[in-house]
Design a protein around this ligand. Sequence first.
Ligand code: PAF
Length: 285
Amino acid sequence: MEIVTSITDFQNFLNQKRTSGEKIGFIPTMGALHDGHTSLIDASVKQQKTTAVSIFVNPLQFSPDEDFETYPNNLEEDVDICRKHAVDILFFPTQEEIFPEGLPEPEEIGGIGKIFEGKSRPFHFQGVATVVSRLFEIVGETCAYFGEKDFQQVVVVNDLVKRHRFPVKVIQCPTIRDDDGLALSSRNVYLSKDQRSDASVLYRALLEGANLISNGEKDSENITKFISGLVKDESEGDLDYVGIVDFETFTPLDCLNTSGKQVQILIACQFGNARLIDNIGVVIP
Ligand code: PAF
């Protein structure tokens, strides 16, 4: 596996592969790799001839009170993981390499980046969109792999690709979970033992909510209230939001009356220092 820090070396490698007709799979990450990331890598390795991973902790997507300075960082382990999973090239740039002229003006995003996660973390998705645009400019034509755990991020990235006409196909991969259902996240390391055990309520609550929909409940408020109640009764977590959106348009839905339509239930909750998000898809019967 090649490890490069300069854009030129990265692009030379990718262009050489493209000249020999190889398609590139790309997984942008902030490091602290776990099985969620490796599932994206494995999907790319299976589907594409060449797999590139980037590790860049993007300052623009953290607000001042968030964990940019302390974000988990295990470069050596990440390199081992990438090697074991047959990554061809690891791009590990500095901030100066990515933003040589200093931090740029944030990318404009539409309304979808301003609700739910975007409302609770103002500027987060603008920061994500800014760095993802930069990375897509660098990588060029590619299939880019993103995890469904960050469902709203995938929606924002898809919108970005459409608006900028990036030659990028976004491939959305399923959330990877621990045995008790907790979605894997680099931030799970912040959880104490009790918080870790509490946090499994999120997936249980989502499953219960999905069951209500499958059993014919049409009123979103009844479902979100039920989920919120369950999280509050069964954990010390500080619930931020529960919402139901259209899977395709990300429009929040009050009434679930279109049979056959897939909706996504979204949840965010703080456990100690860890802000966790999760979601589940369900088709209206
Ligand atoms: O999902 C992440 O790890 C980050 O938001 C991403 C896409 C690498 C952008 O910094």
